[in-house]
Design a protein around this ligand. Structure first.
Ligand SMILES: Nc1nc2c(ncn2[C@@H]2O[C@H](COP(=O)(O)OP(=O)(O)OP(=O)(O)O)[C@@H](O)[C@H]2O)c(=O)[nH]1
Ligand SMILES: [Mg+2]
Length: 505
């Protein structure tokens, strides 16, 4: 579905050849001004909420300017749920999918530039600054935003990045690592830049990013990997950091360089949660916040030990990965809240031990599950040979309508492949399962695999809800969406919510 653009006065900005700005060229003030910073860099914020928030701040600043009052600059940093956004220069021909059947929400926005993708693992900065206090020059502003990223890559990661003649954004070789798209209204800026840190880049394949067909998209993580392989140098601390640290390091560096380039002293502010909280899913403390949850979907992970179930979950729920992950003992679960078709869906993903001796009581594990991810390791034939046994156990214990995806994990280990894709595809087709190969390590297809199940569950349940409503209206027994409690051993009771109760036992 596409959401309508808001109409604003548009300013187009010419791009120019790469300039080697020195640090000095950005020092415009003898005394630095302050900039309030709303820091949500660990949160996944829905695009529309962040967009509305920016517009509200712009409006407030414009009101101050009109009264000739000074207004402090503002910076918002966050990550987004997966979403495609189109700029004013964009055309739907750059979407490689039918817009009516888009994999994620698509927003047509008033920022300049082409189509892009936002998603977990990408740090997004929205500076809302009064260019009267800096330089009333949009060209300067765009180049300054690029400069922030170029400095982050160079000073923190020893990656040489540059501008590309005729295009906005930051490039390393022929890979674009940061997109820049802005809007300026009465010299107040909004929208901004998006830097791929450890983003799953697969969703970019469904678009022609920035309208350039023969260029690729890159991430800091991908570039560090290449860099390490090709030159074996760089900053050891950075190269060995895990994904979570990589986001932390990039975030600190972005703030520091932004502060330097714009000569602003950053003042961290608490987020006005009263306006924001009840509509914004917060991945970290979801259960404590007052978000209205429309559905809870329980999804179980199964498969042999060491195939990567826990790491797939860590990647999906927190965008983290650990190479020395310990075998799971008993049962754990993590949640992530997503927007599917404007409904707030809380995915509750359960993870148990692949090793028989550590597994929790099987029937309790499967009880109430509406989805299952059956994982094998593409480099371990045995783990694939055991898939039939796992499927049998699943079908023996779970609801017959459960949505199942077969996942061949560790696709990064292509050279050690022991399971041909065709074998797995054939098995999945025979058994009527979805199928995908993933890499929790490289964050490839993890988002897509979970979203495939969750969207399918949503599709089924919304159909059933329709039927249920029809039954209700005609005096039938509508029991499909009744409130149900999920009790997890050792965890707090999850609030009763509307959920897909046809699969509860
Ligand atoms: N190369 C590579 N290694 C991975 C990937 N996913 C997980 N691993 C590694 O595989 C090992 C096992 O991962 P886990 O997630 O703990 O496996 P599990 O399926 O949860 O295992 P149990 O808890 O024993 O059932 C760890 O060393 C992970 O770092 C991946 O996509 N690629
Ligand atoms: Mg595990």
């Amino acid at each position: 579905m596409i959401l309508a653009a808001s109409t604003h006065f548009l300013i187009t900005v010419p791009t120019s050849p790469s300039h080697n700005h020195t640090k000095k060229s950005y020092r415009l003030h003898s005394q630095s001004r302050t900039c309030e910073c709303f820091d949500l860099y660990k949160e996944l914020v829905p695009y529309d909420k962040a967009w509305d928030w920016q517009k509200q701040i712009v409006k407030e600043k414009k009101a101050l300017v009109e009264k000739n009052q000074d207004c402090q600059d503002t910076l918002i940093i966050l990550q987004h749920h997966p979403v495609y956004t189109l700029g004013t220069a964009s055309s739907e021909e750059y979407l490689n999918f039918d817009i009516k059947d888009a994999p994620y929400d698509v927003y047509r926005t008033e920022r300049g530039g082409e189509v892009t993708y936002h998603g977990p693992g990408q740090l997004v900065m929205y500076p809302i600054i009064n260019l009267r206090n800096h330089k009333m020059d949009l060209h300067w502003y765009l180049r300054a935003l690029e400069e922030v990223v170029i400095r982050v890559l160079s000073l923190t990661f020893s990656i040489k990045a540059s501008r590309l003649e005729g295009f906005t954004g930051v490039w390393v070789g022929d890979k674009k690592v940061a997109a820049v798209g802005i809007r300026v209204s009465r010299w107040i800026t909004y929208h901004g830049l998006a830097l791929n840190v450890n983003t799953d880049l697969t969703p970019f394949h469904s678009i022609v990013p920035c309208g350039i067909r023969n260029r690729q998209v890159g991430s800091i993580k991908g570039l560090l990997g290449e860099f390490q392989l090709s030159t074996r140098c760089g900053k050891a601390g950075v190269l060995h950091s895990n994904d979570c640290q990589l986001i932390d390091i990039t975030h600190s560096s972005l703030i520091k360089e932004f502060s330097e380039v714009f000569q602003l002293e950053i003042l961290h502010k608490t987020i006005p949660m009263s306006e924001f909280e009840d509509t914004t899913p917060r991945s970290s403390d979801l259960d404590r916040s007052a978000i209205k949850i429309d559905y809870v979907f329980k999804v179980v992970l199964i498969g042999d030990s060491a195939v990567g179930k826990s790491q797939l979950l860590a990647r999906f729920a927190r965008n983290e990965f650990s190479l020395d992950s310990k075998a799971t003992i008993g049962v754990e679960f993590q949640t992530r809240t997503l927007l599917i078709d404007h409904k707030t869906v809380k995915a509750q993903i359960w993870d148990t031990a692949g090793q028989e001796r550590y597994r929790a009581v099987t029937s309790a594990y499967y009880r109430g599950a509406v989805g299952a991810m059956l994982v094998y390791d593409i480099s371990k034939r045995q783990s694939f040979d055991h898939v039939a046994k796992w499927l049998e156990e699943l079908r023996g214990h779970a609801d017959k309508n459960i949505v199942i995806i077969l996942v061949g994990n560790k696709s990064d280990l292509g050279s050690l492949r022991a399971v041909p894709v065709e074998d797995a595809k054939e098995f999945a087709e025979r058994e009527n399962l979805f199928f995908m190969e993933t890499s929790a390590l490289e964050a490839t297809n993890v988002e897509s695999a979970f979203l495939t199940i969750l969207t399918e569950i949503y599709r089924i349940i919304s159909k059933k809800a329709l039927i249920a409503n029809d039954e209700h209206e005609s005096g039938g027994n509508s029991s499909l969406l009744t409130g149900t409690k999920i009790v997890v051993p050792g965890q707090e009771t999850v609030e009763p919510v509307r959920r897909f109760s046809c699969c509860s036992s």
